[in-house]
Design a protein around this ligand. Structure first.
Ligand SMILES: Nc1ncnc2c1ncn2[C@@H]1O[C@H](COP(=O)(O)OP(=O)(O)OP(=O)(O)O)[C@@H](O)[C@H]1O
Length: 420
């Protein structure tokens, strides 16, 4: 796919234009009450790797955590080389204090209730490798992750919630800029009442075990889907899928997921849609210790999704009539989330308290804090402006500031790479 002309020249563009495109013109729509902004950013700090509490116990030689979390005012303090850096987000959570159950109840449950009633919501796990993105999405044997809790939230324990409610689930993987269907093609779920695996009209029911899919418009073509009203049965299928994900060992994370995983859960009776995205870590090649052409290509292609996401944000900020959603498979599939005014986006920033990870943690939090800061200033501005024009102007200023921030980050990364 030929890339859309890069917007790199636009990076230095500080002139703000009112967006002319339809993308998110009503970003700060009247119907969003305070605290229910369409884009929210929360931080989830994982357990100290290796099981220590991060308290600096000399016996087990656990280093002192580089993070202090204050859930009361949603701030995080990072102990940097010199002094401290403070970050303010829409929510913060320490997995040491709040397991996935408490995390789900606090930050996710209300959104899932919305999806059940017909709302659209995209939840992205973002952060460096090993920071707990997959753990938050899928959980572990003791603690189910967001995917399984959401299914239960919509369907209830035994399909008893909401008479007639059923869901349609598609599970995709984006790896090396190819989209793979992760659901079995042979109805491996066992069937039974209220459960089935199917294909859209024209689809092929006898596919090979890993199937590459094409994108048509903003949707994948011929993806297998599970339909059902029993959360337990659907969860079992997704658990099998978890194992099918392409994982490869890197220095950063022994079973590092080298792909973006996307679960699309539709509630057809009410038009609700939940998109859950476990993004691949976006480490640079040196950090990940990848050697060889194939491995380097792989890392570069993983970054392609992240870079394209950045370009999409830049283009919306510049008010371009053309937004390069088609620069990567990830952004193609996220296009609806950006374009639909009714769709909410939640970005979960995953980070580690390990002092060795401090640079990546700071980069992740700076990204999120900046987005949060822009949202806050836009809310203040909104009070003083004429309603019709304010949303477009605010969107422009908010995203232009994000654009500048991303540019600064890029320069910083380049500088650090040179220093190495
Ligand atoms: N909050 C947590 N509590 C317990 N274990 C965790 C937690 N977060 C992560 N882990 C463990 O740390 C390891 C790495 O986490 P995970 O795979 O979720 O990272 P990731 O951010 O998805 O990395 P990658 O981008 O490489 O896929 C896993 O073994 C996971 O079970």
């Amino acid at each position: 796919m030929a890339p859309t002309p890069s917007s790199s020249s636009k990076l230095s563009q500080t002139h703000m234009r009112t967006p002319q495109s339809k993308h998110r013109l009503n970003f700060i729509a009247k119907e969003n009450p305070p605290g229910e902004h369409p884009v929210e950013v929360i931080g989830r700090i994982r357990n100290f790797p290796g099981g220590g509490g991060g308290g600096g116990n000399q016996k087990d030689e656990t280093p002192v955590s580089s993070l202090h979390i204050n859930p009361v005012n949603n701030t995080l303090r990072v102990r940097a080389d010199v002094g401290y850096k403070d970050f303010s987000l829409d929510g913060v959570s320490s997995s040491e204090e709040e397991g996935l159950d408490a995390f789900y109840k606090k930050f996710i449950e209300s959104r899932i209730n919305g999806v059940k009633m017909g709302a659209k919501c995209t939840i992205m796990m973002y952060g460096p490798t090993g920071s707990g993105k997959s753990h938050t999405m899928f959980g572990c044997s003791k603690q189910p992750g967001i995917v399984y809790r959401s299914l239960k939230g919509i369907l209830g324990d035994h399909g008893e919630d909401g008479v007639g409610t059923f869901v349609q689930v598609t599970v995709l993987e984006i790896y090396n800029e190819e989209i793979y269907d992760l659901l079995p093609s042979n109805g491996g779920g066992g069937g039974g009442f209220g459960f089935g695996i199917g294909w859209p009209k024209g689809g092929n029911g006898s596919k090979a075990s890993t199937v590459k899919l094409e994108v048509m418009g903003k949707k994948v073509k011929n993806a297998t889907f599970i339909t059902g009203n029993e959360a337990g049965k659907i969860s079992k299928e997704i658990q099998k899928v978890e194992k099918r994900r392409i994982v490869k060992s890197t220095l950063c994370n022994e079973r590092s997921s080298r792909s973006h995983c996307m679960i699309i859960l539709d509630v057809p009776t009410v038009g609700g849609r939940l998109m859950l995205v476990d993004m691949a870590g976006s480490e640079n090649i040196d950090q990940a210790g990848q050697v060889g052409f194939e491995a380097k290509m792989q890392t570069a292609k993983i970054n392609q999704g992240n870079i394209a996401l950045k370009r999409v944000v830049e283009s919306i900020a510049n008010g371009d009539s053309h937004v390069p959603f088609r620069d990567s498979k990830l952004t193609m599939l996220l296009q609806d989330s950006f374009e639909d005014d009714q769709s909410k986006i939640l970005m979960i920033l995953c980070a580690s308290p390990d002092p060795k990870e401090i640079h990546k943690t700071v980069c992740t939090l700076e990204y999120g804090a900046k987005a949060k800061c822009i949202i806050r200033s836009s809310n203040t501005l909104n009070k003083d402006k004429n309603e019709d024009s304010s949303s477009a102007v605010i969107l422009g200023s908010r995203l232009a500031a994000m654009d500048q921030f991303i540019h600064k980050l890029q320069m910083e990364i380049k500088l650090r790479e040179k220093e190495k």
